[in-house]
Design a protein. Structure first.
Length: 387
């Protein structure tokens, strides 16, 4: 059985979600591969020294900042992180080479940024016959050294024309570039609702005659949801707070003149989207792509607090006319009124987006693997041929 390693970490949640989505497809026929999820930080710090010293995992620091809205200045911090990764490159190579030699994968797929040079070089040193593929989980790269490295052995899978264009400008002339129709989403986002929307809304205390907004800021919520809820007291809302129990309690305590459903952590994001008419949130590639897949126009912000790798997403929303982009949520009530007035037009634009990446990426991986095996077999034949 073909052994495939999917590299992820839990910073932000989208990388793990994409890995789980691919794993679910690759384990089924016609592939039926042995797909292993590999958390990079567990490979680099197997004894969990970072958590013991600081009290938290590296991802937890990042996720708490997202929940509190402390994202100003991340561009400079990203540059510092990348410098530290380059300084630690020899050590990263050594640890990763040991990992590859022990795990012996036949294909490695990275779903994370920043570490692709070390991952690719270490794999090529330890197991030169094994192909290395990076699947972008962002709509575009944030160069330099974010997703795409100039390395001839790094296959790059891009979900938008912008990312393909960037790859062609950055990549090595011999570097393989593959295009898909969007971001990798969980299979649930392709499944129709199993219940009647109006009936389900009534069961949850919502009014089927009112437009419904879904407020979503990832698995850890955001304090920005408080301001949104206050400004939209007369709009029917579903507010998903993730693991942020304190935020959920504060939202439940806010007065509102329209029905409101406050949800804690939930794995049924597709179900909540199927109850809504539009999404309000940050311009994350996952949440925006999920909303569009479920037929929802979006309202997001793009300002100094927007993470650098997500700034193109706002441009993508405007270019495809699938929603509105604000400078802040202070005027979110006006944006909601504007979007609701033209809801049918926005819905028509959303329906034009056909994202089949979940089913396209496995085909690409299979082709990459077959090509690598063919080249390896040819090389072995040449090396054993009589002279």
């Amino acid at each position: 059985m073909t052994r495939v390693d999917l590299i992820y970490f839990n910073a932000g949640g989208g990388h793990r979600a994409s890995a789980l989505a691919l794993q679910s497809v690759l384990r089924e026929p016609p592939y039926a591969w042995d797909v292993r999820l590999v958390n990079l930080f567990e490979v680099l710090d197997p004894a969990d020294h970072f958590r013991r010293i600081t009290g938290k995992a590296p991802e937890d620091w990042y996720n708490q900042r997202l929940a509190r809205g402390w994202t100003l200045g991340l561009s400079q911090e990203l540059k510092l992180l990348q410098r530290l990764i380059r300084l630690g490159h020899p050590s990263l190579l050594s640890r990763l080479q040991n990992h590859w030699n022990a795990s012996r994968p036949e294909l490695v797929v990275s779903l994370i940024p920043n570490f692709n040079l070390a991952l690719c070089e270490s794999l090529q040193t330890a197991l030169p016959q094994v192909p290395y593929v990076t699947v972008l989980t962002d709509l575009a790269d944030h160069p330099p050294h974010f997703w795409i490295e100039c390395h001839p052995k790094q296959h790059v899978v891009c979900g938008t024309p912008r990312a393909v264009q960037q790859a062609r400008a950055i990549a090595h002339p011999a570097q393989p570039i593959h295009a898909t129709s969007g971001m990798v989403l969980r299979p649930e986002f392709y499944q129709p609702a199993l219940w009647d929307k109006a009936t389900r809304q009534r069961q949850l205390g919502l009014d089927p005659t009112r437009p419904t907004g879904l407020v979503l800021f990832g698995g850890h919520g955001s304090k920005a949801m408080l301001g949104i809820a206050q400004r939209l007291a007369d709009t029917q809302l579903i507010l998903v707070c993730g693991h942020n129990t304190a935020l959920a309690n504060r939202l439940r305590a806010l007065p509102a003149s329209a029905p409101r459903l406050v949800v804690g952590f939930s794995t049924d994001i597709p179900g909540h989207m199927q109850l809504a008419d539009f999404l309000i949130g940050k311009p994350g590639p996952g949440s925006v792509s999920e909303a569009v897949q479920q037929g929802l126009p979006v309202i997001v912000v793009d300002n100094a607090w927007t993470m650098p790798q997500e700034r193109y997403n706002a441009e993508w929303i405007l270019d495809n006319q699938v929603g509105l982009v604000l400078k802040s949520f202070r005027n979110v009530h006006r944006a909601v009124a504007q979007l609701v007035d033209a809801l049918d037009t926005y819905r028509a634009q959303v329906r034009r987006i056909r994202n089949r990446a979940l089913f396209e990426v496995p085909v690409i991986l299979s082709q990459v693997l077959q090509q690598a095996r063919s080249e390896h077999s040819h090389t072995e034949c040449l090396s054993t041929a009589p002279r």
